[in-house]
Design a protein around this ligand. Structure first.
Ligand code: CU
Length: 467
């Protein structure tokens, strides 16, 4: 479904209508809101609930990178959401689809946005082939709403719908994910973002012009396959933001001098030092709450450990196309990063046995398995993540995985999130080729032992004395 149709359908379904009366029947009170579904990996425009005022409304909505925000239904003063846990196909990059599990048509699931103090009711329908739950990471809530299967509730059986209900007690940056068979369910892409906006002006939460959010996630998808290996603990090959890799990731766009907030949560099994070029930022909050102002310091990289969230802020006061990426070099490569040399010229049919070691029922998965085996006889498997693809105005970018661009433009209209294209550099401001004659390189001969200092004698600084 196209974005426009999806919002129209959401409107038609009454997803935004406020309850007309407090005297609704008990049956109506527990009626399921029609789930709003999305397909496609593009970044949806920020969503402001129409017709909702007061109690923190309107707020500056977040923009979910290559994702979207779930519309809610007001019902007797309660914000009602309907999440559907289900198998999905996620386009991780153009030409690379992965069978995942997610919510409402995509992985990750839609972002939930509410206001501090809101009463929230979340219907969760399980259309997976196994039981699930949802844990609302970081929230203050009644223990029975915390979503740990077996501890706080029975797991939601296949085909059933459970209801979670609590008050969003503090403003901040949160996420949701299963707490039932979670190794499998997180490895398959089940997660989503949650933002609670402050009810009014907050001493530690800045008002910003742009507010971006995304989750760090990782998958292990054999080249040419379509389903992640769920037993992988460390050797992932798809390093993603919101189940998407460069060049499939949209840019973060800002108007010159905008104050920008970026919220990031890590649901992978390793840490990610997130680095932004061109500006300095401060970490203004975590999933534990806002950071006191006296405890903030300037950074250009912030490490996000497993299970942590960070929100950082900066003023976009330098125009340009600034790289923004994980600083682990293997995390800005694609699926073939480690394996492509061993794939070329190799009989790929041997790979089936290797996959079977990890996924014993690989061959009994049906037509898919045979199809994949056929594909593996080709030189390079189709449906493989681009390794280091992406073209810039000066040539190949040589990046994949956890990489995108922060695009800052003086002429970007307020609230315009469209990709402004390549940065037009002012004349004389781009690194250029030296046109003179290259100097002679003086190197020590292979047969000559190095000078005692360990440096070639021609480079010894004047006045230096050996011991
Ligand atoms: Cu990383």
């Amino acid at each position: 479904m196209q974005r426009r149709q999806f919002f129209q359908r959401a409107l038609a379904a009454g997803a935004f209508t406020a309850a007309a009366s407090a005297s609704v029947s008990r049956a109506a009170q527990v009626s399921l809101p029609e789930p709003v579904m999305a397909s496609g990996p593009k970044t949806a425009p920020p969503w402001t609930p129409p017709g909702v005022t007061g109690a923190g409304h309107p707020y500056r909505p977040v923009v979910t990178l290559n994702g979207w925000t779930l519309p809610f239904r007001m019902h007797n003063g309660v914000k009602e959401f309907h999440l559907v846990a289900e198998p999905v196909v996620r386009e991780v990059a153009p030409g690379f689809d992965v069978n995942m599990w997610g919510y409402n048509g995509q992985s990750p699931g839609p972002t939930i946005e509410v206001v501090e103090g809101d009463r929230v009711r979340l219907f969760v329908t399980n259309r997976l082939p196994e039981p699930t739950t949802i844990h609302w990471h970081g929230q203050r809530l009644p223990n029975g709403m915390d979503g740990v299967g077996g501890v706080n509730q029975p797991a939601i059986p296949v085909g059933k719908t459970y209801v979670y209900e609590f008050q969003a007690q503090r403003a901040g940056t949160f996420m949701y994910h299963p707490h039932a068979d979670e190794m499998v369910q997180k490895a398959m892409g089940m997660m989503g973002f949650w933002v609670t906006h402050p009810k009014g002006r907050h001493p530690l939460i800045n008002e910003v012009d742009r507010d971006y959010c995304f989750l760090l996630n990782a998958f292990d998808v054999e080249p040419g396959a379509r389903t992640p290996n769920i037993n992988t603990m460390l050797d992932f090959n798809i390093w993603a933001w919101n189940s998407r890799v460069f060049p499939g990731l949209d840019p973060l766009v800002a108007r010159l001098h905008d104050r920008v907030r970026v919220r990031v949560g890590n649901l992978t099994m390793t840490n990610h030092p997130i680095h932004v070029h061109g500006i300095e930022f401060e970490v203004t909050g975590t999933d534990g709450g806002p950071v006191p102002k006296s405890a903030r310091w300037p950074e250009v990289t912030t490490d996000i450990a497993v299970g942590q969230m960070r929100q950082f802020e900066f003023v976009a006061d330098e125009p340009g196309d600034w790289a923004m990426h994980c600083h682990k070099s293997h995390h800005v490569m694609g699926a073939m990063g480690h394996d492509v040399p061993t794939m070329i010229g190799v009989d790929h049919r041997g790979l089936v046995g290797k996959i079977q070691q990890l996924v014993p029922d690989f061959m009994v998965m049906g037509e898919r398995g045979m199809y994949d085996m056929k594909q593996m006889e080709m030189e390079l498997p189709p449906n493989t993540a681009p390794m280091m693809a992406g073209q810039g105005q000066f040539g190949p970018i040589g990046m994949g995985g956890m990489f995108t661009l922060l695009k800052v433009r003086a002429d970007q209209a307020p609230d315009d999130y469209a990709d402004p294209g390549d940065y037009q550099h002012p004349p004389g401001s781009v690194a250029f080729e030296f046109q003179g004659a290259p100097p002679d390189a003086v190197r020590p001969s292979a047969n000559t032992p190095p000078a005692p200092s360990g440096l070639p004698s021609v480079r010894k600084p004047a006045g230096h004395h050996h011991h």
